[in-house]
Design a protein around this ligand. Structure first.
Ligand code: NAP
Length: 307
């Protein structure tokens, strides 16, 4: 199948282009970007031109930041294309619902991707937790924003999510591996004086079984970076480390990697299946937790952020 990539920035170049190149299902047939291009691939700087002149491209994959994404997604759906969305699937939940209604009415596939759910050990962690009684779960997601998001002004603007841009990856894993749904009970958001979005946050979640579920998210981490989820149960402790790439049970390495190597190759394989069978895959639970943390969170001003 031919796919067009829209928004040729960091994640498109780092992950989408190689994943498509290595896939037996996909051919990168065109790009849309105001500046970026991919060597040897037809480049458009306007989505409408692509939609009008390339009816053979049935699938559009959007790698833009969340705020501009809705307009592109809606135009692609209205032009009868299947759409794959980078995370988070929109800037607001209402946008995501509108896209889903449009896709369903038109019989098109729409996929809200969560790349961290495709990390090697997430499926093994889900299987291990399925029959356990959870007593405590702690998310520790601490990284250096200067290392991972150099020059990205949009993350500090409304809709950019701030530290929840990576934090939503942790929540996409938590919502996948727990057999029950959580909701936000309380949050605290540290917001730099010159920014609109948090640089750090702590969130407490309500768990229907009464487990103590919390998350600490911080973008000011020097040295070692920490992307870890620890789940304490009545019969052992599961640790998912390195963003879901490593699993330990009571300190011992455990689990079996999901088939097919890599998060983005798995996403594109799933998109191929979704288009083949029809339907949408729009799990909005990670985004609901983040938008609720932003709605309920107590705001604490902190030092201005400078690159
Ligand atoms: P980015 O490099 O800052 O932006 C991606 C591209 O989007 C840019 O190259 C730009 O292309 C286009 N763009 C930016 N603002 C736009 C606007 N207002 N209107 C139209 N196009 C605009 O961002 P990124 O890091 O790739 O992230 C994009 C998405 O992927 C985000 O939702 C992010 O959460 C997700 N993601 C990122 C990473 C990562 O490691 N960076 C990892 C996983 C997922 P042109 O200017 O050339 O048009």
């Amino acid at each position: 199948m031919k796919v067009a990539l829209v928004g040729i920035g960091k994640i498109a170049v780092d992950q989408h282009v190689p994943a498509i190149a290595g896939s037996p299902d996909w051919e990168l047939a065109a790009t849309v970007s105001r500046k970026g291009t991919v060597e040897g691939v037809e480049a458009f700087d306007d989505l409408s031109d692509l939609l009008r002149t390339r009816p053979d491209i049935r699938v559009v994959s959007l790698c833009l930041p969340p705020v501009p994404r809705f307009d592109y997604a809606m135009r692609a759906l209205e032009a009868g294309r299947h759409v794959m969305l980078e995370k988070p699937p929109g800037a607001t939940l209402a946008e995501c619902h509108a896209l889903e209604r449009t896709a369903r009415a038109a019989g098109l596939s729409l996929y809200a991707t969560w790349h961290s759910r495709e990390a090697d050990m997430v499926a093994s962690a889900k299987a291990w937790l399925a029959d356990k009684t959870l007593t405590r779960l702690t998310v520790t997601w601490k990284e250096d924003v200067r290392r991972w998001h150099p020059g990205q002004a949009w993350i500090w603007e409304p809709g950019g999510l701030g530290v929840f841009d990576p934090g939503i990856n942790a929540l996409s894993i938590v919502t996948e591996i727990l057999p029950v749904d959580l909701h936000v009970a309380q949050a605290e958001l540290e917001i730099p004086a010159n920014c609109q979005t948090p640089i750090a946050a702590t969130v407490a979640f309500h768990h229907p079984g009464g487990a103590d579920v919390r998350g600490v998210f911080d973008w000011r981490q020097d040295g070692d970076q920490t992307w870890e989820i620890e789940a304490v149960t009545e019969t052992g402790t599961l640790t998912l480390a390195d963003g879901g790439a490593v699993m330990r049970i009571d300190g011992e390495t455990s689990g079996t990697a999901a088939p097919l190597a890599g998060e983005y190759p798995r996403l594109y394989a799933k998109m191929a299946q979704l288009v083949a069978r029809g339907g949408t895959d729009m799990d909005l639970r990670p985004m609901t937790l983040v938008t609720d943390a932003l709605a309920l969170g107590r705001r604490v001003p902190t030092d201005p952020f400078h690159e």
